[in-house]
Design a protein around this ligand. Sequence first.
Ligand SMILES: [Zn+2]
Length: 281
Amino acid sequence: MTQVECPACGSLPTGPMRRRGGGLYNHCPACATQWRPEGATFHNYNSDYFHNRAHNDTDSSVSRAKLQTFRRFWRTITSTEPSGPILEIGCSAGLALRAGLEAGLDVYGFDVTKDILPLVQANGVGPERVAVGNLADIPNRNYAVCAFFDSFEHVPEPGPFLDRLAEVLAPDCLLLMVLPMADTLSNHLLGGLWPHYLPDHWVHYTKKGLTTLLNARGFTLKHWFYPAKKVPAQMVRRHVAMRWPWAAKLVCGNASLWFNIGERGSLWKRTGRPFSGTPAK
Ligand SMILES: [Zn+2]
């Protein structure tokens, strides 16, 4: 499916498409969101996809680092004491669920592919906590929190997706997001070399675009935050290898650092009524 209008605000692109990291992107004249017009369908998420990202590596420096990262992300909401179940969309091989369960949270997951289930189980999370397939397959638990950790930039047709998702969320739910965004310093500095230009990232929002999209669905921004991640050299090597296989061997060593390039975290609260903006198609 081709996405002509800006997926965030519905504006039509006015300039030519720009080549970025091997793909051609439209740029929104109103909110500066970038998107690949042909990207509005779900990528082929299969066991190879998870393997390339080391998602199937359940006992490695990568998975240990991710667990530490997700513990940190969950602390964003544990300080607000959410009462009720939590839904994570695109469930990161179960690592975010495991980190949430260890923190005493009642977390559930949703993913588009059943290929995720063996990984979820390998990470110690019962498959009964994960719904796969379509949004209609998510049991309605009136979730108090919905989390997207590096998944919202994969979601085609985000407006209709959020509208359908809203049916299983509590009216006053929190929305917790971490995603790469186009209006970041690293994007401006690195241009086409920005590491988030990947085949499965079809859209990169901006603060303005994401705010328009979510305001139109009744979500009010609570705050942005810097989503520092624990990143081991092994993870950097795998990501570099996806874009530049020849360069992967240049990343040596086994050190880990807390940092993030090009992503923002944000926390939103649904007031139950849209109050501004034009809903994106
Ligand atoms: Zn826009």
